[in-house]
Design a protein around this ligand. Structure first.
Ligand SMILES: Cc1cc2nc3c(=O)[nH]c(=O)nc-3n(C[C@H](O)[C@H](O)[C@H](O)COP(=O)(O)OP(=O)(O)OC[C@H]3O[C@@H](n4cnc5c(N)ncnc54)[C@H](O)[C@@H]3O)c2cc1C
Length: 242
């Protein structure tokens, strides 16, 4: 485990992309001071809301390269309350608004030795996977053999178009991206849960794969069990749940 020092910085909202439902947003902040981080780590975001300072953890949905080049960091947030931080970040916040970010310490992933990747996420669980996915596809020298990205949402209206573009904006045969809708049938989308695509995904990646799994506690528990039944070692499964 590599330790990143605890640092606090002010950050200004500079970009916000919303899903048509208005309940999911990708928010990008410009940071006043910098610190190194690794994809799959999370930040504490705090802001005064109605006279009380609220502080919540959010996984980083952008890359370390983006931070270096643009001094920005993005978060993928799903509304989970009426008055809390997620309501503010998806609906109340405006460009130019300031929040406080604090670097915590979390997963340290040595991805130099990983060759096959399977990303599985539902809802806002896509956040940490987005960061690591983007950093992998941006690398000059291809750092993987096969990469499968499975994502699940309730309806099409919960998907942010700009995030979808990021997922599909590559033209590589060794990358498979599949979006699943549980509550809606739509052309080009798989109908049902992400779990249904796991056997096919493992045919592409082999069981020698590093899995990054993020979603609700129930989804993560069920999916991890399914992966173990498909002969994936539990040591190869990195999980995050909220
Ligand atoms: C390590 C980690 C990383 C995380 N990363 C992300 C991320 O990348 N993206 C993301 O979206 N979230 C993420 N979360 C969750 C996030 O930290 C917050 O818990 C979430 O956004 C809810 O915060 P809140 O202040 O809006 O809601 P809170 O006020 O904290 O409410 C929490 C829960 O209370 C209930 N609740 C509150 N108000 C209402 C209401 N009016 N009606 C019904 N139920 C209500 C809901 O069940 C809600 O989920 C992460 C959590 C952890 C632990």
């Amino acid at each position: 485990m590599k330790v990143t020092p605890m640092i606090t910085t002010q950050a200004t909202l500079v970009k916000k992309y919303d899903a048509p439902s208005g309940e999911v947003s990708l928010v990008t902040f410009q940071l006043e001071s910098m610190c190194s981080f690794q994809e799959w780590q999370f930040m504490m975001i705090s802001k005064e809301i109605n006279g009380t300072v609220i502080k919540r953890p959010y996984s980083i949905a952008s890359t370390a390269q983006q931070l270096l080049k643009e001094k920005t960091m993005s978060f993928y947030v799903k509304k989970a309350s009426e008055k809390g931080m997620s309501a503010r970040l998806t609906q109340g916040i405006k460009l130019g608004d300031i929040v406080t970010l604090q670097w915590p310490v979390w997963h340290y992933i040595d991805n130099k030795i990983i060759k096959n990747y399977l990303f599985i996420s539902t809802g806002s669980g896509i956040s940490p996977n987005l960061g690591i996915f983007q950093s992998l596809i941006m690398e000059e020298q291809q750092a993987y053999n096969n990469l499968v990205f499975l994502f699940g949402e309730r309806t099409y209206a919960h998907i942010i178009p700009e995030v979808e573009q990021t997922l599909y904006a590559h033209n590589k045969l060794d990358i498979t991206v599949q979006t699943h809708l549980t509550q809606e049938k739509k052309v080009w989308y798989l109908h049902g849960r992400v779990q249904q695509s796991i056997p096919e995904a493992i045919k592409k990646t082999s069981t020698d794969v590093q899995v990054f799994l993020c979603g609700s506690p129930t989804m993560v528990q069920e999916t991890k069990q399914l992966l173990i039944e498909q002969w994936i070692s539990s040591k190869s499964i990195t999980i995050e749940k909220w």
